[in-house]
Design a protein around this ligand. Sequence first.
Ligand SMILES: C[S@@+](CC[C@H](N)C(=O)[O-])C[C@H]1O[C@@H](n2cnc3c(N)ncnc32)[C@H](O)[C@@H]1O
Length: 262
Amino acid sequence: MVTEELVPSTWGTFWDHFGETLVRLLEIKDGSNVLDIGTGGGANLYPAAKRVGETGSVTSVELCEHCVNKANGEIQRCSISNAEVLLKDACETGFPDSNFDYVIAGFIGWDDYFDFKKGEFVADDVLTKEILRVLKPGGYFGLSTWLNQEDLDWMKRFLNSHDIECRTNYHAEHEEGWRIIMKDKGLINLRFVVEIFYYTYPSVDNWWKEMMDYNWIEDKENGEFITSDIKSDARGAIKEHMTGDGGVRFSRTAIFMTAEKI
Ligand SMILES: C[S@@+](CC[C@H](N)C(=O)[O-])C[C@H]1O[C@@H](n2cnc3c(N)ncnc32)[C@H](O)[C@@H]1O
């Protein structure tokens, strides 16, 4: 009897798209032992588990307990036998040295360690150190990060036009900065790929809900300054991004880096 393959539930949309891209760019070999940093919705985890096959394994570490439980639930529901998610800080994994053939990190953000605007370190980069400690010589490190999130830039400009000084809500992490972070770390064959993905929110409500999931002013609830008048203005102004069938279309641009450990 042919049974339909169970598909794990993820965050979907651009997360899945960019997760697939990162795993594809790394050309992960059958039977490999992979560490996935920051499970989130599993955008890297599930494609990696597929790539390594029955004889390989993927271990994913995540700080958010809800994400860990959700992903482990999906792993069980879909009978994925070669993956597990652990509640662990990627900066201190406790795994042995040179344990993994690949380490992948999707959209973790390095701003705790590096200021991409100034091009300098702001703290000891314990995350990169830990990644390179657990990666085997000859193993590959791959990451994805944001270069541009058009929807978040739009929202910031819109709020600014209503005299609301707010944050950008993401850090653009460009190739130049990554080359500085990775310099003298024992990596070779650094490769960068940039990809733009156009995404259509199914409706204005859906787009607005996503925007309100971001905290636009530190230590303030959005509801304290985004009044019903401002919300109504936003719904008018967003028309420039609307598709014929009521969706809201924006682009997100990611940069991918892959490198081999000497
Ligand atoms: C933006 S999400 C991306 C998830 C997924 N990798 C993807 O590409 O779709 C980043 C995730 O990394 C997790 N994270 C950030 N820093 C971490 C760390 N030091 N250790 C483990 N997880 C971390 C966050 O909790 C969050 O769920």
